[in-house]
Write a protein that binds this ligand. Sequence first.
Ligand code: FAD
Length: 418
Amino acid sequence: MSAEDANTAPIVVVGAGIVGVCTALYLLREGRRVVLLDRGEPGEGTSFGNGSIITEEAVVPVQTPGLLWKVPKMLLDPLGPLALRWQYLPRLAPWLIQFIGASSPQRVEEISIALRALLRGATAAYDPLVKAAGIQDMIKRSGWVSVYETDAGFGAYQPMLELQRRRGVKLEVLPAPELRQLEPALAPIFKHGVFYPDVSYTVNNFRFVQELAAAFVGLGGTIRRETVSGFERSDGGVSAVITDHGRTACEAVVIAAGAWSKTLTAMLDCRPPLDTERGYHLTLPSAGVSPRLPVYSTERGFVCTPLENGLRVAGTVELGGLDKAPDWRRAEVLFENASRWYPGLDRKNETKWMGYRPSMPDSLPVIDRAPHHHNAYLAFGHGHCGLSLAARTGELIADMIAGRESAIDMAPYRVDRF
Ligand SMILES: Cc1cc2nc3c(=O)[nH]c(=O)nc-3n(C[C@H](O)[C@H](O)[C@H](O)COP(=O)(O)OP(=O)(O)OC[C@H]3O[C@@H](n4cnc5c(N)ncnc54)[C@H](O)[C@@H]3O)c2cc1C
């Protein structure tokens, strides 16, 4: 880096999804010069179409003990929460082995503690950002409810409820009549519900990212539409970010490129076991139902969230990598499931979407400094919880770059933990 670069170079954040935008905003609040680079517009990646939920209760990792034995049944169930592109299996195998390794009761306990440490205060971490953007009204603190159609399904979830209780998650078990009182829009097909009062949601997750990105620019940040293709390295650090538009000298770089981060970290000699769990959504602008709050099914793996632009039905997991075309039958599954909950659901003008959750095998994100480059930072792998954890991640990365000790133990989120 030249002397001039060293004096004026900004921190470059790669990726303007919800994680990159929140990180950029937190850095800007510290008085840093920040440039945010994305090959598309802010929020057009996976952050475009999620379930919009800020899930403070999500302390149960995806890989729960015994899940492996349920997988064959899930794969055979056409309405089930999981699908696999079999051709992708050989490439997925190393990730799957680590996924299984992270599902022992002891690991699940440890991981849930690490998830809780991040999730506690997830909504509060957004407070300064939404205030700066003037969009406090975009977050609704309604809580959400998970629903169970069968005693067996509810019974099977008891160990996970216990895990949530051990982590101090606030929850209230609701018998069917109370569930109906809480959410009258639901068909009377549920035997049990669990209400989580600390969960919130944003009324439009895409506009949310865009408003935060606009606030970033309004406060003096720079966003440029460029594709990052490499890094210039010197003295054990990154001195510049290389893109299709040229070279941007940097004081530090943060890789927040979601499911695509692995290609970039490989250029810094760092190869985390990041893969993707693809997910789908339908947005029904004239659904004809007015739910009071988001409703989630662990049995079916999807959520229905009342957004300002319609009912969002989002979820399911498809293991199939970043390259294969969407299988829109997964979106049909979402509709079939949702229309059982809300009979008469109207599909007029519906839109559908597929996105790539950036998933680590242990359900924990990477929030760390790169092992071989003193000024490269990593913020990706948030899996099912990227919207929930983005502001917390921004806060923690800002701490790291400022050299402040974090209030929580950061070891569980290290990139070299595998
Ligand atoms: C169906 C579904 C439902 C979900 N529901 C929820 C939910 O309710 N709550 C929740 O918390 N989470 C949810 N998630 C997960 C959440 O959406 C993700 O964890 C989150 O969006 C990840 O954000 P990100 O910023 O890391 O990635 P992204 O939003 O994907 O952003 C990464 C950005 O990096 C850019 N990029 C990549 N490579 C380059 C490059 N070389 N150069 C320049 N730019 C690059 C991309 O263009 C992209 O904009 C859901 C996910 C899915 C699929």
